[in-house]
Every structure is written in C-alpha cells, then in structure tokens.
Design a binder for this molecule. Structure first.
Ligand code: SF4
Length: 102
C-alpha cells in the first residue's frame, strides 16, 4: 500500500514535469525563414534584412512586435503569429503580411 502511494506520487511528478517541458518546447518552436510558407511571405528574423526590392511596402520600423497579427505580450522577445499557427516569430521579425497595429 505504502509502496503504491510512493509510485503514484513519483509517476504524477514525472508526468507533470513532462507536460511542463513539452509545453516549453512547443512554445519555443520558431518560424524559420527557410520554411516554405515563411519564404513565400518574405519572412525574415530581423526586419532590417527584409528584401526591400521585392517588398517595397516594407518601411523602416516595421516589425512583428507592432503587427496586428503578433500575439506575444508587449515587450516579449517572441510570440505567436496568426499566419504561422503553432510557432513563434521574433518580435524583431517581419514578413509581407505585416499590418500595423492601430
Ligand atoms: S504577419 Fe506580422 S507578426 Fe506575423 S510574421 Fe508577418 S510581420 Fe510578423
């Protein structure tokens, strides 16, 4: 009886730890500029490196952190983007889907 209680506690703690680690890993999956969907939108991890010839709508100062599709907390280094479900974009990134937050 005592042994099964100990096992339950150990297994519960192990399961909780695994869930925490899993959610942490998922939260940190970043969009890569080489992902096909990202490349099609001209995504860059550093907005200053946006292809200005291909995307003339880019203007200095535009970045994910000020985009209406950015779902990260204010001041966060990265966060989810509505265009890339399940992944994060850096707040300093940019893509041609940029729409300024009003
Ligand atoms: S849609 Fe906005 S938040 Fe998403 S990658 Fe493009 S610029 Fe960044």
């Amino acid at each position: 009886m005592k042994n099964s209680r100990r096992q339950f506690i150990i297994l519960s703690a192990t399961g909780a730890t695994a869930l925490l680690l899993n959610s942490k890993v998922q939260a940190q999956t970043m969009v890569s500029p080489s992902d096909p969907e990202a490349a099609a939108l001209g995504f860059v991890s550093d907005a200053s490196k946006a292809n200005k010839a291909k995307y003339p709508q880019y203007a200095a100062g535009q970045k994910c952190g000020s985009c209406v599709l950015y779902q990260g907390a204010a001041g966060s280094a990265d966060g989810p983007c509505g265009l890339f479900p399940g992944k994060h974009v850096p707040s300093n990134g940019w893509c041609s889907g940029y729409t300024k937050k009003s």
